[in-house]
Design a protein around this ligand. Structure first.
Ligand code: GLP
Length: 243
């Protein structure tokens, strides 16, 4: 595992975007694993800037997002697909047919989830997976539990996550109780992983990975320690409990 401690959020975003940009330049048909949440917004802004300056071309890039709320579609401003359109896809030249965000309204969810993992495999696997982290140590929507889903699955959100994520909704009652999320196996199959975290509220979650001696399903992010190519980029606040 490689750890990069940056001064602030802007620097995290620039460093992450530079790492991703190098990979896109080296492999124009790269498969990107993308995340939502407030953390990667700055990275996406940097990537958009590089596209507008003519440094990056996304015309061959393919992408797979980690997760989506069950019941929300791309016209719903609270959906992750809407978020991705607003914060990245609408501003770069990625082809619509190369974008994959789990469908929160798929009819047969079990089949759909299996197909999502098959589609990733058919694309050659994810080259670089961007991750944020939940305050409770979740990645994607893989919540702390006694066991974790291996493949893409429908998952129940914990009360903690519902409350934390309610800041994006009008009220806590509007937050869906379930989501469709890549599994821990889907994520660990990525060739490289970039986990970003900023702010004091992430310090416990980051510390639980950095100080981890035994991986635990109660800290889903601890499974990243099994992966051979993980880079964690944090700011000083997120690192403050690990010094
Ligand atoms: C959500 C997403 C995660 C994300 C997490 C942290 O629960 N499913 O993928 O990492 O929120 O969000 P934020 O970056 O806003 O702190």
């Amino acid at each position: 595992m490689k750890l990069i401690v940056e001064k602030n959020y802007e620097n995290i975003s620039r460093t992450a975007a530079n790492i991703i940009a190098d990979k896109v330049l080296a492999k124009p048909g790269i498969v990107l694993g993308l995340a939502t949440g407030s953390t990667p917004i700055g990275t996406y802004k940097e990537l958009i800037k590089m596209y507008k300056e003519g440094i990056l071309d996304f015309s061959e890039v393919r992408s797979f997002n980690l997760d989506e709320y069950v019941g929300l579609d791309e016209n719903n401003p609270y959906s992750y697909r809407y978020f991705m359109n607003e914060n990245l896809f609408d501003h770069i030249n990625i082809k619509k047919e190369n974008i994959h965000v789990p469908d929160g309204k798929a009819e047969n969810m079990d089949e759909y989830c299996k197909d999502y993992d098959r589609l990733i495999e058919k694309a050659g696997g994810i080259d670089v997976q961007i991750l944020g982290i939940g305050e409770n140590g979740h990645i994607a929507f893989i919540e702390p539990d006694t066991s974790l889903p291996i493949g893409t699955s429908v998952v129940e959100l914990t009360e903690d996550t519902i409350v934390v994520n309610s800041r994006f909704f009008n009220s806590v009652d509007e937050v869906p109780r379930t989501a469709v999320s890549m599994g821990i196996g889907s994520i660990l199959k990525a060739k490289s992983i970039l986990l970003l975290a900023n702010g004091r509220r992430k310090a416990d979650a980051i510390n639980s990975i950095l100080e981890c001696e035994r991986i635990s399903t109660e800290i889903p992010a601890s499974f990243l320690l099994l992966h051979p190519d993980v880079t964690i980029i944090v700011d000083e606040e997120a690192y403050s409990k690990s010094k």
